[in-house]
Design a protein around this ligand. Sequence first.
Ligand code: AMP
Length: 195
Amino acid sequence: MSRLLLIGPPGAGKGTQATRLASAFGIPAISTGDIFRANVAQQTELGKQAKAYMDRGEYVPDSLTNALVRDRLSQPDTANGFLLDGYPRTADQVKELDEILQAAGTKLDTVIQLTADTDEVVRRLSNRAIEQGRSDDTEDVIRHRLHVYEEQTEPLISVYAARGILQLVDGLGEVQQVTDRILEVLSARGLEPIA
Ligand code: AMP
């Protein structure tokens, strides 16, 4: 049973690693960014509300984001664990997640902080803009997203460090190298992949 959280700046490789880890552990990867993007594509009410924030590189309001995660974590496929990617990102979201898990009588096993320096992150995001055409991957918006991350999300990491569940992993290098580093720190905490 693994309840994991991936935290790190945009472009650190969270999404890529989340997909790999989730399949290794047989748990769903829950990316709030992916869920928002799917809602934007389907033009749902949530998508319409989220889009303007996303296009500006701002965080979607906590009320919308928290409701989305609360609903997702109530679904049965999360009963044996999950990997959250890109949530929580604000102090209010940390509080919400604590409440959701406490009510379910569970808690996070490990928080993995993926590190990457700013130049590398900007380079990766600019490439992704070309490859995937994401509307929030233009240079100005990228810089703004990094700024928002540093201001609102980075300070939260100390909360998890204080709880003794934070593990730092270097996000630079080949995708497989980074996956191996993460698997190593999880293994040291007694969390082993299913296959
Ligand atoms: P991501 O793919 O995780 O970088 O998310 C893309 C965008 O979705 C972000 O820039 C935000 O606008 C929005 N978003 C994703 N997760 C959250 C969150 N936990 N809180 C607020 N906004 C979010």
